[in-house]
Write a protein that binds this ligand. Structure first.
Ligand SMILES: Cc1ncc(COP(=O)(O)O)c(C=O)c1O
Length: 393
């Protein structure tokens, strides 16, 4: 029987203390407290950008960015074919059309040449994804976007502090989103952040996420700045349509504590990845995501293309089960391509074609990289070594 070991706590910093402070203040709403602002300020400083707007999820962040970019009914938004469905859903929330570009077979990220081919006169925005923690080829993407006057919204849900040619992922596109959903580098339950250097876009994002309160600013999320006018019967609060996508103070307090330890958290993901890399080095049927020169991968997850079926006749599921029997943790396959999901098929978007992504997706294995205990990570990479040996002989 495989016994599941309990991991060390994820929340070993100031999380509890900060949550207590929020509760003691009796101001747990983003409209009156200060923790959300503190988390935003941490992003502004860390990324050296002008604006950060906290959201209640990464998906809502993608939605507000698309609306800020002016994406509306009939417009097309291009995402990579290998990603979660949320990029497509955010596109659909705006009544726009999700279009998919194929991926690079080595990095698994969007292929700029294929992206170029998918552009039509109706294309309005591109949503490149830093898949598994590795930024895509942003220079090429920004060049294409500039040629066609398109807005680039970086999806860095899986990539916090990844770099591309010396720049932090998130500082290159017009807007960028990060996710704090529990499996991410920073996990606060649910949450997200949008960053941008553009005041107009940031203000739009803030108002879209903040129920259209008229006194919101690009850098300020508090709405009750002065009680007197706010309590006046004639006071008009909202000057545009918006959603309630605000982050709560409780979540922000956890996020602030996690951000204080972000370098250590990212480094641990990279150290776990290094263990796997050493184990699969020399195995020509487990091919890891390639990291081009000048990029840093933050390894939300360690992705490997499994060629064991072709090389040894061992199906994906047999490898999966054997790894678990050897003491490894269950790992996820890559998500079905969004256009292969019934939700998109039902809406008439199921007939697109991205052959490279279709070929690679069923082969992918996403090994856990978020171990907090390096001893446990070592046990899992040992289990991987044993599994390879078992099949390779
Ligand atoms: C690539 C990518 N995009 C978008 C999202 C959506 O983020 P969230 O779960 O915070 O809404 C996720 C996370 O699940 C993701 O991995």
């Amino acid at each position: 029987m495989v016994v599941k070991q309990k991991q060390l706590s994820k929340y070993i910093g100031n999380e509890l203390e900060y949550v207590k402070q929020v509760l003691d203040s009796e101001k747990p709403s983003a409209t009156s407290g200060s923790w959300t602002q503190s988390l935003e300020q941490q992003f502004v400083e860390r990324f050296g950008i002008n604006y950060a707007i906290a959201h209640n999820s990464g998906t809502s962040g993608l939605h507000t960015c698309l609306r800020a970019a002016g994406v509306g009914p009939g417009d097309e938004v291009i995402s990579p074919a290998l990603t979660v469905v949320m990029n497509s859903f955010a596109t659909l929330y705006q009544g726009a059309v999700p279009v998919f570009a194929d991926i690079d077979p080595d990095t698994f990220n969007i292929n700029p040449e294929d992206l170029r081919k998918r552009i039509t006169p109706r294309t309005k925005a591109i949503m490149p994804v830093s898949l598994y923690g590795l930024p895509p080829d942003m220079d090429a993407i920004m060049e294409i976007a500039a040629e066609h006057n398109l807005t680039v919204i970086e999806d860095n849900a899986q990539c916090l502090l990844g770099t591309y040619k010396g720049r932090l992922a998130g500082t290159i596109g017009h807007m960028s989103m990060f996710s704090f959903e529990n499996s991410k580098h920073i996990g606060i339950g649910e949450g997200g952040m949008v960053i941008s250097n553009d005041e107009e876009l940031a203000l739009e994002v803030r108002k879209n996420a903040g129920i259209g309160y008229k006194n919101l600013t690009a850098d300020g999320g508090r709405v009750k700045l002065n009680e007197d006018p706010f309590q006046d019967p004639n006071y008009k609060r909202h000057d545009c349509l918006g959603w309630n996508y605000r982050m709560t103070e409780l979540c922000a307090a956890v996020g602030v504590a996690q951000m204080e330890r972000i370098d250590e958290i990212v480094k641990r993901h990279q150290q776990v990845a290094q263990l796997y890399t050493e184990v699969i080095d020399g195995c020509d049927w487990l091919i890891p995501q390639q990291v081009p020169q000048g990029y840093t991968n933050t390894y939300w997850s360690y992705a490997v293309k499994y060629e064991g079926m072709a090389a040894l006749g061992v199906p994906w599921k047999d490898f999966y089960q054997t790894y678990k029997n050897m003491g490894g943790d269950g790992f996820y396959a890559a998500w079905s391509l969004p256009y292969q999901e019934p939700a998109l098929d039902k809406l008439g978007y199921g007939t697109q074609s991205c052959p490279v992504a279709e070929e690679i997706q069923p082969k992918l294995m996403q090994f856990k990289a978020n171990y907090r205990d390096m001893e446990l990570a070592q046990q899992k990479s040992d289990a991987l070594a044993k599994t390879i040996e078992f099949f390779q002989g």
